[in-house]
Design a binder for this molecule. Structure first.
Ligand SMILES: Cc1cn([C@H]2C[C@H](O)[C@@H](COP(=O)(O)OP(=O)(O)O[C@H]3O[C@@H](C)C(=O)[C@@H](O)[C@H]3O)O2)c(=O)[nH]c1=O
Length: 182
């Protein structure tokens, strides 16, 4: 059975698929509407994305408001430390983060619901990151929460890495200044 493992914060899920190995290689279901529905989730995915990053690249912490996106994310080559930050003011988890290592080897996936900021740090060169989104890209509604905001205090595994950010992500705002959700 595909395992759906809850996190300390209500909402995000770590997903461990069944991996069927044989002499040819392996097979796994990387998305199942039926299995998500049995966990009470019915995302209507409208966009798939693929990015490649070198070791030490940090993309995040991104969200759209309005137009929030739920994201089902995974890694097919390399490894990342993937993080979600709860931006729902009404949530007991507001401002808290949860993280998981996703790799081509462990084949774990991560469900990041609407209302969260999302980002990842690449731990290996040529890391291919794939994800499904339940709302379309809306560049005018994009925001970056600062990856290193001391109030959120994400414990990134940066030892031995030179963190590389986009110009946009270098301008990320602290939690106290961002456009959070109700
Ligand atoms: C996200 C996105 C970007 N783009 C374009 C805009 C830009 O020219 C180029 C690179 O965009 P960015 O720098 O925003 O890419 P990136 O920093 O990889 O942004 C992504 O980061 C991760 C953490 C997420 O969670 C995603 O939702 C998304 O925000 O791709 C699209 O055409 N469609 C999209 O959906």
């Amino acid at each position: 059975m595909m395992q759906m493992i809850p996190c300390e914060i209500e909402g995000p899920l770590i997903i461990e698929p069944d991996v069927f190995g044989d002499e040819r290689g392996f097979f796994m279901e990387s998305w199942s509407a039926a299995k998500f529905a049995s966990a009470g989730l019915n995302p209507n995915f409208v966009q798939d994305n693929h990015s490649r990053s070198q070791k030490g690249v940090l993309r995040g912490m991104h969200f759209q408001n309005p137009g929030p996106q739920g994201k089902l994310v995974r890694v097919v080559s390399g490894a990342v430390f993937d993080v979600a930050v709860d931006l729902r003011r009404s949530s007991p988890g507001f401002g808290k983060w949860t993280g998981v290592e996703l790799s081509a080897e462990n084949k774990r996936m991560f469900w990041v619901p609407q209302g969260f900021a999302h980002g990842f740090l690449t731990l290996e060169d040529d890391t291919d990151f794939l994800y499904k989104c339940d709302a379309s890209y809306a560049p005018g509604n994009e925001h970056s929460l600062a990856w290193d905001d001391p109030e959120v205090a994400i414990d990134w595994p940066t030892e031995g890495l030179t963190v590389q950010l986009s110009a946009k992500d270098r301008e990320g705002l602290p939690l106290k200044s961002i456009k959070a959700f109700a």
